[in-house]
Design a protein around this ligand. Structure first.
Ligand SMILES: Nc1ncnc2c1ncn2[C@@H]1O[C@H](COP(=O)(O)OP(=O)(O)OP(=O)(O)O)[C@@H](O)[C@H]1O
Ligand SMILES: O=C(O)c1ccc[n+]([C@@H]2O[C@H](COP(=O)([O-])O)[C@@H](O)[C@H]2O)c1
Length: 225
């Protein structure tokens, strides 16, 4: 990977990819991502629904239903900030993020700036991911604030690793291909897919947490009963 100097021209727009189980996609995904786009100057955010998340209980909705909900959520948004990459859904093997980004890197070239969007809770678990710290060799991490997850990494060594990667200078995210972590001061929303599923199981509405089309789809499909 080239070591681009600060004064170099950007190698292209920073491509930002937002992976998730999206069971279902909710405003806790969308609103911080929209704020992040403004903070960083992102032209596009690509939502990447995962297929077989190896690290967590399997989703309640099928892969097709989760993809449909992502499509509906995007259709409810003004503008064209979001698009979808369904490559992980077209693979049968586990959705290891580092492998997806190694493929993206091969496709886009060594100098293309790539960013992976995650919430702060995901950042704290990164060391347990499949080749988790190696992910930074392939992309930047663009981290959205999440209520309750502002803490430090599990060990001083991991915290030092994190601090050695941190930047507040968003221009660096466009100038370098990978390797930096940006903690974005995005709005904190106490919404999670588990809360939505729990509320639905209890027969409660989730009106302020989801796009209207996604809510209708959940009702029509009888999801999370
Ligand atoms: N409210 C939120 N604020 C910031 N980031 C979030 C929020 N909800 C989810 N994310 C981030 O979005 C990504 C995808 O999350 P995911 O689809 O698992 O949703 P979730 O609400 O965390 O789901 P679950 O409750 O089922 O674990 C993760 O990196 C997660 O940290
Ligand atoms: O590759 C891994 O080991 C790995 C472990 C945990 C999470 N991820 C990815 O991180 C993203 C957010 O995960 P989740 O569980 O919050 O939906 C999603 O794209 C997952 O596939 C990836």
């Amino acid at each position: 990977m080239s070591d681009t100097v600060d004064t170099a021209a950007p190698a292209g727009p920073l491509a930002a990819i937002f992976g998730g189980t999206f069971d279902p996609i909710h405003y806790g995904h969308i609103k911080p991502a929209v704020a992040l786009a403004r903070l960083v100057g992102l032209e596009r955010i690509t939502l990447l629904p995962n297929n077989v998340p190896p690290h967590r209980p399997q989703p309640e909705a099928s892969a097709q239903q989760r993809l449909t909900m992502v499509q509906l959520a995007i259709a409810d948004m003004a503008g064209n900030l979001f698009d979808i990459d369904d490559r992980e859904l077209r693979r049968d093997n586990p959705s290891w993020t580092v492998e997806t980004f190694e493929t993206l890197r091969r496709e886009r070239g060594v100098d293309a700036p790539l960013g992976f969007i995650i919430g702060q809770d995901s950042l704290l678990t990164l060391p347990q991911w499949h080749r988790g710290l190696e992910l930074l060799d392939t992309c930047h991490l663009l981290v959205c604030a999440r209520p309750g997850y502002g803490g430090k990494m599990a060990t001083p060594a991991l915290q030092a690793w994190l601090e050695s990667r941190l930047t507040q200078d968003v221009r660096q995210l466009h100038r370098r291909p990978a390797g930096l972590i940006y903690l974005a001061p995005t709005p904190e929303l106490s919404i999670s897919a588990s809360l939505i599923r729990e509320r639905r199981h209890a027969g409660l509405r989730c009106n302020d947490m989801l796009s209207p089309s996604v809510q209708r789809y959940i009702d029509e499909q009888g999801l999370y009963r």
